[in-house]
Design a protein around this ligand. Structure first.
Ligand SMILES: [Zn+2]
Ligand SMILES: [Zn+2]
Length: 209
């Protein structure tokens, strides 16, 4: 079950590739105007990011809408060794989506990395999860991932930007009782709360709003 009034993956002007109209204040105004109930800011972070304190403070200052819950978070890249590209002092305190942003071209590296990310207690969500184009998972591997996700209480994101995970993976996650939520992965204002591209996935897991 997911809630279409909750968007758990929104970027801001703290990266260098979002649309200029997307900043924390405008995102809050827009999300409130379309009736969203939850908005998670999940800016791309790196261990060397030097803007984190001002980002956190700016979200706090804009937490002004009675009917809109703001969540402060980060999207952290899953590194080759399975660790995440975020300082522990931030990942421990804030909402964390862990996602692959690098193609490793090697199923074994990929599998080991995803397993470490799932076991990482600082990770809340696995973002836009899908195999690389050069490999797929067999049923045994997929089941192992389902069991790990369930065991470690990780949420799988239904990502509207990439239309992921693949349908058959979502079915398998559902079968094993893994929980889902929605992420628009918005890089511009009008993408916030917009899930029409993943209607099929949303229907598959069931929605309320
Ligand atoms: Zn991403
Ligand atoms: Zn993202």
């Amino acid at each position: 079950m997911v809630n279409t009034k909750e968007d758990f993956h929104v970027h801001t002007s703290y990266n260098d590739h979002s649309s200029p109209n997307l900043n924390i204040a405008s995102a809050v105004e827009y999300a409130d105007s379309i009736g969203l109930k939850t908005l998670a800011f999940t800016e791309h972070v790196r261990r060397e990011s030097n803007w984190v304190n001002s980002y956190v403070n700016e979200i706090e200052r804009n937490n002004t809408k009675r009917n809109l819950k703001l969540i402060t978070g980060f999207e952290a890249k899953i590194l080759r060794d399975g660790s995440i590209d975020c300082l522990p002092k931030y990942s421990a305190d804030y909402f964390v989506i862990a996602s692959f942003h690098t193609i490793y071209g090697n199923k074994e590296i990929w599998m080991n990395a995803i397993k470490s990310a799932i076991k990482n207690p600082d990770v809340n969500v696995i973002g836009h999860l899908a195999p690389e184009s050069t490999f797929s998972l067999n049923n045994e591997e997929l089941v192992e991932m389902c069991q790990l996700l369930k065991e470690h209480g990780k949420i799988v994101e239904l990502n509207a930007k990439y239309n992921r995970p693949p349908l058959d993976w979502v079915l398998k996650f559902k079968e094993y009782g893994v929980e889902f939520h929605l992420g628009s992965d918005a890089h511009s204002l009008n993408e916030i709360g917009e899930f029409s591209r993943i209607l099929k996935l949303v229907q598959l897991v069931g929605a309320n709003s």
